[in-house]
Design a protein around this ligand. Structure first.
Ligand code: CTP
Length: 411
């Protein structure tokens, strides 16, 4: 059974989609998971604790100040024991509370007290989901490391209402749970260490309104920075233009061009390890036009290019400030391993994280990544997993290599 022995804490908040949570509990238990449930007061208006208890096989927890439950398990144990906390349905109100770290009932207190991963399956009216406040909260929670499944588009429970806001179906939530059940690095795995991460694309100007860039979303680099911070490192993230919020607990430096990225990266040295996850534009236009280039009756403009500095190679070869561990990425569309090996040599780094970005793999911009770790001694294929999970595994491997205090379950 895929979830055998896994402990899931399900928080049911108050929304009509709460009826689907009963099915979710059943699906999780069928797969061998042990499900413990917290219901908010509002959730109990939609499904009864009796029904939830019958499906879960144990009494749901409902009160913060419940003497018998507190003696039995206690809210701190509720927060610490699960492998993953799932909030389904997650309401706009609960998301807002999480953003502000409020703890005025059992659900919000446990969500604040936990060090476990939290997966939210939002469900709300489309207008509430699209409201700027909810979108702000959504972005903030993602930057804090909370992961999401849904909401989905479609017909809402209120008749005639359509749009983005439906809770994901129980089986999609189960799939998201399976993907997110990976171990985070230990909180002190990288304490006392400084890690530099580059992320996102660079943007090389042609004129004041045009530029050369690429499809990098920054998801992998940002996940690495966040994960290194979770592991207790001092993290400097040098990020090209991305639509992701700055990760919590990380010093983020925003840059546009490759040259600026190089300067900011060099400025962040010394560091114990450097991870170059950015997709740096290889070329820049030699001379940026001072004014917007105008069309000239069918005459095509000619641009001349210069090669950008190679940030990874420059820092790998730094005479006195080379970090102990330098990690590059290789985005390849063919001959993945051979090209990655060649890059390892050419750039002078210690590891290459090689990923296939050929058409159809959806690595660029997507949530998952299938990588190979290429080192001087061999090639390690890793399974297809979320970018978060890749980041967690890589951070654990870095901690082992740097001899951090406690790497915590490194592969
Ligand atoms: N990189 C860098 N500076 C550059 C180009 C690449 O730091 N100017 C880093 C990337 O962050 C990545 C690694 O080098 O860690 C490899 O990037 P990739 O785009 O795969 O390789 P390129 O060097 O651009 O080689 P090619 O385009 O020929 O595959």
């Amino acid at each position: 059974m895929p979830l055998q022995g896994k402990k899931i804490l399900l928080v049911i908040a108050g929304g009509i989609a709460a009826y689907k949570s009963l099915d979710l509990i059943r699906r999780l238990r069928e797969r061998g998971a042990k499900v413990r449930v917290i219901m908010t007061r509002a959730a109990q208006e939609f499904v009864t604790p009796l029904a939830v208890g019958a499906v879960a096989g144990e009494r749901p927890f409902t009160e913060l100040f419940d003497l018998s439950a507190e003696f039995d398990i206690g809210h701190i144990r509720l927060a610490r024991e699960p492998d993953l906390i799932v909030v389904a349905p997650a309401t706009a109100d609960l998301m807002a509370k999480m953003v502000h770290g409020r703890a005025d009932d059992l659900a919000s207190t446990v969500l604040l007290a936990t060090e476990r991963r939290i997966l939210l399956a939002p469900a709300m009216n489309p207008a509430m989901w699209m409201n700027a406040a909810t979108q702000r909260n959504f972005a903030r929670l993602q930057a804090d490391g909370v992961v999401f499944t849904g909401p989905e588009a479609g017909e809402m429970a209120e008749s005639g209402e359509r749009g983005l806001g439906r809770m994901s179906e129980p089986l999609s939530i189960v799939a998201a749970i399976e993907k997110n059940l990976f171990d985070l690095p230990a909180r002190d795995a990288l304490s006392g260490k400084k890690i530099l991460v580059t992320s996102g694309p660079t943007r090389e100007p042609i004129d004041p309104v045009r530029y050369i860039s690429n499809h990098s979303s920054g998801k992998q680099g940002h996940a690495l920075a966040r994960m290194a911070a979770i592991a207790g490192a001092e993290v400097v993230l040098v990020s090209g233009p991305v639509s992701l919020p700055d990760p919590s607990g990380v010093k983020t430096i925003h840059v546009e061009t490759a040259e600026q990225m190089l300067n900011a990266s060099e400025g962040a040295l010394p560091a114990d390890a450097a991870i170059f996850a950015a997709a740096v534009a290889d070329w820049r236009v030699t001379k940026e036009a001072a004014q917007k280039m105008k069309k000239q009756d069918g005459k095509l403009p000619s641009l001349s290019f210069a090669e950008n500095p190679d940030i990874l190679a420059t820092i790998s070869r730094h005479s006195n400030l080379r970090p102990r561990l330098v990690i590059g990425f290789a985005a390849e569309t063919e001959n993945l391993i051979d090209n990655a090996r060649a890059k390892l040599m050419k750039k002078g780094c210690d590891w290459i994280v090689a990923n296939d970005v050929s058409t159809g793999t959806a690595t660029f911009g997507g949530a998952s990544n299938e990588v190979h770790i290429v080192t001087a001694t061999g090639v390690e294929p890793w399974p297809m997993q979320t970018k978060e999970a890749v980041a967690a595994s890589l951070v654990k491997r870095i901690a082992v290599t740097l001899g951090g205090s406690r790497p915590g379950g490194a592969r």
